[in-house]
Design a protein around this ligand. Structure first.
Ligand code: MG
Length: 159
């Protein structure tokens, strides 16, 4: 399923390299030598989880339906298309992904949502398409991968 997920992300302008770049951005201050291949494997593993790919597919399905004005309510279609400030359903769908990867994923998700680095900023600025759900989905995937990486490399102290 991870290949189908990556292919769908690719159709919406998000590549594996974009995701890796953001994970490196999040973790470079904490890990001395970051191995891109390790990040790639972590992202594959995340995208292979049922809860994750269901969120990815659902978020992109809504974005695409909004682009084609297919929602039954024109007002709702407009709210999502313009990513109104108080419409938070996109974040809620995405942080369901972070909940699987613990508190570091959640804090990183909030951080990239605020700073909008790399592909997240580009999706946010792209007025030709609706990426209201996708920018948060991408944020959640990279935040989860950053959390996985942090937990692998942390100095372990048993309690
Ligand atoms: Mg959004």
């Amino acid at each position: 399923m991870k290949e189908k997920c990556l292919s769908l992300l690719g159709q919406r302008g998000v590549t594996m390299e974009d995701l890796i770049e953001l994970v490196m951005f999040l973790q470079r201050d904490y890990i001395e030598e970051i191995d891109e291949e390790e990040i790639r494997e972590d992202i594959y593993e995340i995208l292979d989880k049922r809860e994750v790919y269901h969120s990815v597919f659902t978020g992109i399905a809504i974005d695409k339906a909004v682009e084609e004005d297919l929602l039954f309510d024109a007002g709702l279609n407009e709210v999502i298309h313009h990513d109104e400030g108080l419409y938070g359903v996109d974040e809620v769908l995405a942080y369901g992904i972070c909940n699987l990867y613990g508190s570091i994923a959640l804090t990183n998700f909030g951080y990239v949502d605020k700073v909008k680095p790399g592909i997240i900023g580009r999706l946010n600025d792209d007025t030709n398409y609706c990426h209201t759900f996708l920018d948060d989905i991408v944020g959640a995937i990279v935040a989860s991968a950053a959390s996985k990486l942090a937990h692998t490399h942390i100095r372990k102290v048993d309690i």
